[in-house]
Design a protein around this ligand. Structure first.
Ligand SMILES: Nc1ncnc2c1ncn2[C@@H]1O[C@H](COP(=O)(O)OP(=O)(O)OP(=O)(O)O)[C@@H](O)[C@H]1O
Ligand SMILES: [Mg+2]
Length: 234
C-alpha cells in the first residue's frame, strides 16, 4: 500500500464580495492506494469542498496536497486538467451528463479529450457500457433513461481513461434505494478491482459498507464522531 492522497493542514477560504468563509480549517487526511473511503458530515461541513480539492477541481487556500507524491500546488491549469482527465473519475449527485448526447457519446467525451483513436474509443465505450449493464442503451439519451441508468452512464464515463481514483459526491442522492444499492455495488466491484474510491454520502448504511469513514464538522475533522475510523472488515 502507498499513500495516493496526502493532505496536510488543508484550508479553503471562500470570498464572496466582502464576506469570507472558512470552509476547511486545517484538514489532514492520508488515503492509501486501493482504499474505499466514505466522507460524511452535516450539510455545509465542507465535504464537497474537500472532494473538489482532492479531485483538482479547486485548489486549497493553504496547506499541502500531494497526489501520488506530486505537489498539486505547483501545477498549472493544463497539468491539473490532465490529472483530472487521466487519473480521476468523477461521479456527481446530479449525474452531469450532456443532455442531448447519447449514453455512447457521453462516455466517449473523456476519451476524445485524451485523443484516443476512433477504434480504441469504440471498443472502450461499448465495453464500459456493457460492464455497467447498459449494453442495450448505447443510443439512449439521458431523457430516455431512468436515474439509476443515468448514474451508471456517469460511472462508465468516470472509468473511461482507467483512472486510479474514483470520486463520487452523493452518487446515490437522487436515486431510490434499489438503484442506489446497484450503484454502490458497482463501486464495491471497482474497489475489488483495485481502484481507490472516495464517496461522499449522507447515507450511513452505505458509508458503513466502505473500509473507513472520514467525518467532517464545520470544516474540521470531527474527532467526537470518532474521526476517521480504522478500516473495517467487509
Ligand atoms: N463557491 C463558494 N463560494 C462561497 N462559499 C462556498 C462556496 N462553496 C461552498 N461554500 C460554503 O462552504 C461551506 C462548505 O460547503 P460544501 O459544499 O463543501 O458543504 P457540504 O459538506 O458538501 O454540504 P452538502 O452536504 O450540503 O453538500 C458552506 O457553508 C458553503 O456555503
Ligand atoms: Mg456537498
Amino acid at each position: 500500500m502507498r499513500p495516493i492522497i496526502q493532505m496536510n493542514q488543508i484550508r479553503k477560504t471562500y470570498t464572496t464580495g466582502k464576506v469570507t468563509f472558512d470552509a476547511l480549517k486545517g484538514i489532514d487526511c492520508d488515503i492509501q492506494s486501493g482504499e474505499f473511503m466514505a466522507i460524511v458530515g452535516p450539510s455545509g461541513s465542507g465535504k464537497s469542498t474537500m472532494m473538489n480539492i482532492i479531485g483538482c477541481l479547486d485548489i486549497p487556500t493553504d496547506g499541502e496536497y500531494n497526489l501520488d507524491g506530486q505537489k498539486v500546488n505547483t501545477l498549472n491549469a493544463n497539468q491539473l486538467a490532465d490529472i483530472r482527465n487521466q487519473r480521476i473519475g468523477f461521479v456527481f449527485q446530479a449525474f452531469n451528463l450532456l443532455p442531448y448526447a447519447t449514453a455512447y457519446e457521453n462516455v466517449e467525451v473523456p476519451l476524445l479529450f485524451a485523443k484516443a483513436t476512433a477504434k480504441k474509443r469504440k471498443e472502450r465505450v461499448v465495453e464500459l457500457l456493457e460492464r455497467v449493464g447498459l449494453g442495450n442503451k448505447l443510443a439512449n439519451k439521458p431523457t430516455e433513461m431512468s436515474g439509476g441508468e443515468m448514474q451508471r452512464v456517469a460511472v462508465a464515463r468516470a472509468l473511461a481513461n482507467e483512472p486510479e481514483i474514483i470520486l463520487a459526491d452523493e452518487p446515490t442522492g437522487n436515486l431510490d434505494t434499489k438503484s442506489g444499492s446497484e450503484i454502490f455495488a458497482l463501486f464495491r466491484e471497482l474497489h475489488r478491482a483495485g481502484k481507490t474510491i472516495i464517496i461522499i454520502t449522507h447515507d450511513l448504511n452505505l458509508a458503513k459498507q466502505t473500509e473507513r469513514i472520514f467525518r467532517l464538522k464545520d470544516g474540521l475533522v470531527d474527532t467526537n464522531g470518532n474521526g476517521s475510523s480504522a478500516p473495517q472488515p467487509h
